[in-house]
Design a protein around this ligand. Structure first.
Ligand SMILES: [Ca+2]
Ligand SMILES: [Ca+2]
Ligand SMILES: [Ca+2]
Ligand SMILES: [Ca+2]
Length: 399
């Protein structure tokens, strides 16, 4: 027995001496607090390059609707389409050797020049693709040149690279599952290049395609979800620093939650019940507890379901907000500037092609006691849209 004890005492320090670097925690430089204009892009450069790092993820609270991507070699964080205006505490998390290291900085998104009414949008050139129909759109900087690019799904995803002046070019079409009604972006393998996720309505799955940072995408990963998935949203639901996704399943009255491994893979079987006919899903933090929540539009039920996240990948609650008019689409924003996240919904007037307004629903206090009256439809807040092409719905494809 004495001999065994002596052996252990010698062996433990010896293991550390043989492989000190295998257990070294990843390092990150210090990031400066940085400003950026609303709707603009920016880069935030640390004072040192990362070491021992195999993946980096950048996150902030769910009010921020732009995107972050970190370069694995340099640690530089690219901020794309920063909005809305506000001050955000940003966390940069490095992974490596089984350890993590975090750095924080403040991103201040400044309000641009205040527009005087009426706001006028001038027509720009149409972007053409070879797809016969267009089912969903996503925006991101796919070739890392600082200009926002477009992905449009139909029979695959057409990628068009922006020139920063409103023009787009390219011929890339990325293979996807059938009927991709939902499209979302994120850096799923955390290599610093934006990737694509697309729902497959008839495949009951979500296609994951990994970006090469040059505008190309590859991979054949297909993640099983519920029945007839439509809308998609990306968030970090278990707060492990790795992007996850939520898929709205229109035929199974659920939202599928799948957790990312930071390498481009997803797992899990969580199905969050909704009020039915679930078309779209968005990620917010409606009770302001720091855990991402989800809201789903339930077309045909005339409701929006709010489900609160536990920060571990689970969701609870039964709140269904009556909004009427079979909302097919929804988006999150703070439309009255009170710091609470509100919802905007498109109206669907039963008649397949006749819609023309967006409906704004404002969140009401108190946040700590969220009920179905928390989100109150406001009369007089409809926004008249120029034409049906201004507000696209997957339930009424162009014909
Ligand atoms: Ca670009
Ligand atoms: Ca990536
Ligand atoms: Ca996660
Ligand atoms: Ca929450």
């Amino acid at each position: 027995m004495i001999g065994h004890r002596c052996g252990l005492i010698i062996l433990i320090p010896l293991l550390f001496a043989i492989s000190p670097h295998a257990r070294a925690a990843p390092t990150l430089g210090v990031y400066p607090n940085s400003p950026v204009g609303a709707g603009a892009n920016s880069i935030v450069t640390p004072n040192a390059v990362p070491t021992g790092t195999t993946a980096i993820h950048v996150s902030t609270n769910t009010s921020f609707k732009g995107s972050f991507v970190a370069n694995l070699a340099t640690g530089v964080v690219r901020v794309t389409n920063a909005h809305p205006a506000g001050t955000y505490a940003v966390t940069v998390k490095a992974f490596g050797g089984g350890d993590t290291t975090s750095r924080n900085f403040t991103l201040t998104v400044n309000t641009g020049t205040v527009c005087t009414n009426p706001v006028v949008f001038n027509p720009a050139a149409n972007v053409t693709t070879t797809l016969s129909t267009h089912l969903a759109l996503a925006v991101g900087d796919f070739n890392n040149d600082g200009n926002q690019d477009l992905a449009a799904s139909g029979s695959g995803a057409a990628i068009r690279l922006g020139d920063g002046l409103g023009g787009f070019s390219g011929t890339t079409v990325v293979s996807l599952g059938t009927l991709p009604f939902g499209l979302a972006t994120g850096d799923f393998n955390m290599d610093g290049n934006l990737d694509l996720a697309a729902s497959s309505f008839t495949g009951n799955s979500v296609s994951i395609r990994l970006g090469d940072g040059l505008g190309g995408f590859s991979g054949t990963t297909s993640v099983g979800v519920g029945t007839s998935p439509n809308g998609l949203a990306v968030g970090d639901f278990n707060k492990d620093g790795k992007p996850d996704f939520a898929a709205a399943n229109s035929a199974s009255a659920t939202v599928s939650i799948r957790l990312g491994d930071g390498l481009g893979g997803f797992s899990g079987t969580t199905e969050v019940s909704t009020n039915g006919n679930t078309e779209k899903v968005v990620v917010g933090d409606f009770n302001a507890d720091g855990n991402p929540d989800i809201a789903s539009s339930n077309e045909g039920q005339d409701t929006v379901s709010i489900r609160l996240g536990d920060g571990a990948g689970g969701f609870s609650g039964t709140t269904n907000v009556s909004v009427g008019n079979s909302p097919p689409n929804l988006a999150i924003g703070d439309f009255n500037g009170d710091g609470k996240q509100d919802l905007a919904l498109t109206r669907f007037r039963r008649c397949r092609f006749a819609w023309g307004t967006a409906w704004v629903v404002l969140a009401e206090p108190p946040k700590s006691a969220l009920t179905s009256t928390h989100f109150t439809p406001r009369s007089g807040t409809s926004i008249t849209m120029a034409s049906r092409t201004s507000l696209w719905s997957p339930q009424a494809p162009a014909r």
